[in-house]
Design a protein around this ligand. Structure first.
Ligand SMILES: Cc1cc2nc3c(=O)[nH]c(=O)nc-3n(C[C@H](O)[C@H](O)[C@H](O)COP(=O)(O)OP(=O)(O)OC[C@H]3O[C@@H](n4cnc5c(N)ncnc54)[C@H](O)[C@@H]3O)c2cc1C
Ligand code: FES
Length: 359
């Protein structure tokens, strides 16, 4: 049978020019757009005083995620879309088609505070496609270890919920770090899961069980004491910088670094030395001074240049810009690089001398 849909689409395009059919679809319902992936907030569920789960109905173009992956989320704050990256906390293939992210308000955090305190059901968020390699392998190891702290539980929760949905949880040791019991994100659900599935052993490490006392962090010695078969387990670790640095050093020293997978929510930054330089944003006609430790993304935003950005930590590559002159330092590795025409990630690049950016 003759498919007349492409002709109708083309005809609609001509008749409705200069707006394209997709613009009309998006105006009627942002979730219908084929070009701009969006989602509708169905609910915002408090998890702890500082963290909430946002339940989202993704629109057209959403692709099922793998447990452990993250997604770029654009949030409209006073008419400007701000993008951040969040791990999906829902299992892949939830029967109702909904997905969730769980956000912890970072102290003074611009987007996370907004999401936790002010986002409401009915709101529209923009979405990127799920991405990331912090996932389970097809050939599942017989024994798994998850070590998480704070909001670092989110990608692991997606994995655990996936197992629970399938009704089959393998041998899992989960060590989770939080200030105290009530501040464990998903605390109730995790404890119920551990009671239901004999394969799941949950170890909660509370850093401040008594308010006012000095914090007691989880050391790698504590971890190997509670989980003696740690070296035999395939491990996934997600949490703040200190925990990740400790874990990487421990697994490396034990000669088992290949059994460790990590997910960082904050970039590894090396201190930058040197004077910085002048940064010229060629197309915007702006010029400003930049310190050696300030990412070019922040330099441009400060100078009122429209800077594309997403995760702001070297993960999503939304901030790519073309270098028109000068050299930059990669904050993660300390490497100095750059030839005219190179694409650089402005969120993790700083100026080494004078720099021209094609923005
Ligand atoms: C792959 C990936 C997955 C992520 N998944 C989650 C998730 O599931 N849940 C979640 O809550 N966050 C997650 N994040 C972190 C999230 O993207 C934001 O960085 C975080 O919400 C802070 O953004 P903000 O706009 O509120 O803070 P900003 O306004 O950008 O920063 C304000 C202050 O907060 C500090 N800060 C920045 N990031 C963090 C952080 N992660 N923790 C503590 N302080 C911080 C900054 O140093 C700064 O001082 C993830 C990040 C990545 C890269
Ligand atoms: S904003 Fe994500 S890589 Fe730079």
């Amino acid at each position: 049978m003759l498919d007349i849909r492409p002709m109708l689409t083309a005809a609609t395009g001509v008749l409705t020019s200069p707006l394209m059919p997709d613009d009309y679809r998006a105006m009627m319902n942002p979730l219908w757009s084929r070009q701009r992936l969006s989602g509708r907030v169905e609910a915002v569920v408090p998890e702890t005083p500082d963290a909430s789960t946002v339940v989202i109905r993704p629109g057209r173009g959403w692709r099922r995620h793998l447990a452990g992956q993250h997604v770029g989320v654009g949030v409209d704050i006073e008419g400007v879309w701000h993008w951040r990256t969040f791990s999906l906390s829902s299992p892949p293939g939830r029967p109702d088609g909904l997905v969730t992210i769980t956000v912890k308000a970072a102290p003074g955090g611009f987007v996370s505070e907004h999401v936790v305190r002010r986002l409401r059901p009915g709101g529209i968020v923009r979405l990127s496609r799920p991405a990331g390699g912090f996932v389970l392998p097809d050939d599942l190891p017989t024994r798994l270890l998850f070590v998480t702290a704070g909001s670092g539980i989110t990608p692991v929760m997606s994995m655990l919920r996936g197992f629970a949905l399938a009704g089959d949880l393998p041998d899992v040791f989960l060590a989770h770090v939080a200030p105290n019991g009530p501040q464990v994100i998903f605390g109730g659900e995790l404890r119920r899961m551990a009671a239901r599935f004999p394969g799941l052993r949950l170890h909660e490490h509370h850093t401040r069980p008594v308010p006012g006392r000095r914090a007691k962090r989880l050391t790698m010695a504590d971890l190997s004491a509670v989980c003696p078969d740690l070296p035999d387990r395939m491990a996934w670790v997600c949490g703040p910088r200190g925990l990740l640095d400790d874990a990487e050093a421990y697994w490396r020293a034990a000669g088992i670094a290949d059994r460790l997978r990590t997910e960082r929510f904050q970039p590894v930054a090396r201190p930058s030395a040197g004077p910085g330089g002048r940064v010229r944003f060629v197309r915007s006609g702006r010029e400003t001074a930049a310190g050696a430790g300030t990412p070019l993304l922040a330099v441009g935003e400060e100078a009122d240049v429209a800077m594309p950005s997403g995760c702001r930590m070297g993960v999503c590559r939304t901030c790519l810009a073309r270098l028109a002159g000068g050299r930059v330092r990669d904050l993660r590795t300390g490497e100095v690089h750059g030839d005219p025409g190179d694409l650089i990630q402005t969120c993790v690049s700083t100026a080494v001398g004078d720099v021209d950016i094609d923005l």
